[in-house]
Design a protein around this ligand. Structure first.
Ligand code: FAD
Length: 288
């Protein structure tokens, strides 16, 4: 199918983009890489009358470190994150996760901002951002506000973003060097969304877990921050009994749909298995 008619806007500043959005309210949508929005428009699941293309807006690209925080501009593509030396050194889980998204053609255009703002439970970056305790900078007519990724997602495709706001940057506290990390994703084939996936970042003090962060992808209407599982594992030696309890706690918060990726019970179990694998790999990678 072809999309319905729309008016195309190409602002050059954030202020201009926000003003167009404020003028048209729910009838306008920002356009970033277009790899979620355009397919939705072709299927007529989205029919914005005004498309506000962010490609020409200055200052929305780039990755930098600022006083213990990594700041990634919303229009930074998945391809650019994969090839960032700063991210490879400080936040290698972003590269690992980006490489599991779709295929190179989509990653050339798909942006971090579009991926996290979309509210699609199948997207991989939202759970990763919850695991990393990131926050999103939202810019509207009144200026900037920051919302934690852990508070941003309300339901499938419903987020804390107001219609007149643009997500302009993602801020991530730099994890300590030597942290262990892993993103484990089960998918039916290359290029597919997750049947279930788990992100883990942890630090070890000898054989003891000194901090642990976990989030899950595509096993509920929103990404899931697994706080109870984190609490169970912190202070443990990742012994099998404790890992089993943590996995049960993580599985307990899932509410997946039964769909082409499998029945709900199967997807819940797969979330547990992805978490078990991610924990093992993160622990292996952590230096104490
Ligand atoms: P767009 O499509 O331009 O926008 C998406 C939504 O976010 C729109 O509603 C738009 O209005 C809004 N938006 C965009 N930017 C902003 C902003 N800065 N501020 C506020 N709102 C904004 N993704 C995965 O994570 N994992 C996968 O496995 C995966 N597989 C895919 C397979 C296929 C075949 C395709 C086509 C896509 C797949 N994707 C997957 C999605 C892809 O990563 C998208 O590019 C990404 O989710 C959206 O980013 P975008 O820049 O293309 O956003």
């Amino acid at each position: 199918m072809i999309p319905g008619e729309f008016i195309y806007h190409r602002p050059s500043t954030v202020a201009e983009a926000v003003s167009i959005l404020a003028q048209h309210g729910d009838e306008a949508r920002p356009l970033s890489g277009g790899h979620s929005l355009i397919p939705m428009m072709k299927l007529r699941m989205a029919a914005p009358e005004h498309l506000v293309d962010l490609a020409g807006v200055e200052g929305l690209k780039g990755i930098k470190e600022d006083a213990g925080t990594i700041v990634i501009g919303a229009m930074t593509t998945q391809h650019e994150m994969i090839h960032s030396d700063l991210l490879s050194e400080k936040l290698p889980i972003i590269r690992e996760t980006s490489l599991l998204i779709a295929d190179p053609q989509i990653r050339y255009l798909g942006t971090l901002g579009g991926n996290v703002a979309n509210g699609d439970p199948g997207n991989d970056m939202p759970a990763l951002m919850q695991c990393l305790n990131a926050s999103y900078v939202l810019t509207g007519p009144e200026g900037n506000r920051e919302v934690a990724a852990r508070d941003f997602y309300e339901a499938a495709y419903f987020t804390a973003l107001a219609p007149e706001e643009i997500l302009t940057a993602v801020r991530i506290p730099t994890p300590p060097s030597g942290h262990g990390f892993a993103y484990e994703k089960l998918k039916r084939k290359v290029g597919d969304y997750a049947t279930a996936a788990a992100a883990v970042v942890l630090t070890m003090d000898g054989n003891t877990v000194s901090s642990c962060s976990i989030a899950l992808t595509n096993v509920a209407d929103t990404p899931l921050h697994a706080a109870d599982a984190e609490g169970i594992l912190t202070g443990s030696s990742l012994d099998p009994d404790t890992v089993k309890k943590a996995i049960a706690a993580a599985e307990a918060i899932t509410e997946p749909a039964s769909d082409g990726r499998g029945p709900a019970e199967y997807r819940t179990k797969m979330a547990g298995i992805m978490l078990e694998r991610a924990l093992a790999r993160a622990a292996e990678r952590a230096s104490s």
